[in-house]
Design a protein around this ligand. Structure first.
Ligand code: NAG
Ligand code: NAG
Length: 243
């Protein structure tokens, strides 16, 4: 009899503790995917809206697979930032359709999966580089940059041109420090940079832009503003670089 009561109590405890675990279970949070958005020819930004307590989760998991593949071949991407409602799927193939599904997870398991969404990466960024870069001095600290671009002869493998970007940086600094300026496609092919400092050596490059991302850059042109006398054009001798 004594033994039976013990067994009974033991089972009761076991059931209670299992229920305790169950109440602290997989995320009850549900996700609603927004249409994922291609942001480059090799990346898709997946965003979602959450419904439920975001505190109870550890992060999010998305999986993606090519339209012509099976879901079993999907690649998983995990984000441990539970308050960031987006994930960047990177390193994708250009001009390709991908299915995407996401779910929340915590240490007890995974929440419900969203339905699948289809999104296509963009085609290539512009493959042609701008040519005939010219830097003209406007005043002691301002330059004008002009260039040429062989008209929008993008191929079916490239996204249509959206504009041009010029980057200027000090020669002894990393290109990451560059100041960028953008002009929309259709405007005059001209950039103005001011606040340049005399005695410093600068590098400057121009590239075309599209939804596919930054295009192939012109080789950088190197100059010091004092070396350009007024109205004289400083031209990149790119006769070797243009094919
Ligand atoms: C992805 O989209 C979200 C929401 O629009 C945005 O906040 C985030 O910065 C985007 N991420 C990237 C890498 O573009
Ligand atoms: C540009 O380079 C070519 C060959 O390297 C040379 O013949 C030509 O004189 C140069 N032009 C200028 C403007 O420096």
């Amino acid at each position: 009899m004594q033994l039976k009561i013990h067994r009974f109590l033991f089972l009761l405890l076991l059931i209670l503790s299992i229920q305790e675990i169950k109440s602290e279970e997989v995320p009850k949070i549900s996700l609603r995917l927004f249409t994922p958005r291609a942001i480059l020819s090799t990346a898709i930004n997946v965003t979602w809206f959450t419904h439920g307590n975001q505190e109870e989760i550890l992060g999010f998991k998305c999986k993606f697979w090519k339209r012509n593949q099976n879901e079993e071949e999907a690649v998983n991407v995990i984000s441990l930032n539970k308050f960031q409602n987006w994930i960047l799927l990177d390193g994708l193939e250009i001009d390709t359709y991908y299915w995407v599904k996401c779910r929340a997870f915590n240490s007890f398991g995974q929440g419900d999966e969203t339905s699948r969404f289809l999104e296509k990466t963009f085609k290539k960024a512009p493959q042609k580089q701008p040519t005939e870069l010219k830097v003209t001095k406007v005043d002691s600290s301002t330059i004008k940059v002009t260039f040429h671009y062989d008209s929008p002869s993008y191929t079916k493998f490239e996204e249509p041109l959206e504009g041009f970007k010029s980057r200027i940086w000090e020669k002894d600094q990393n290109i990451e420090t560059a100041v960028d300026k953008i002009i929309p496609f259709g405007e005059k092919l001209e950039f103005i940079f001011d606040n340049l400092i005399s005695g410093k050596t600068y590098q400057l490059a121009v590239l075309a832009l599209s939804n596919g991302g930054d295009g192939v850059s012109s080789p950088p042109i190197t100059f010091e503003i004092d070396q350009i006398t007024s109205n004289e054009e400083f031209q990149l001798n790119n006769s070797e670089q243009i094919s």
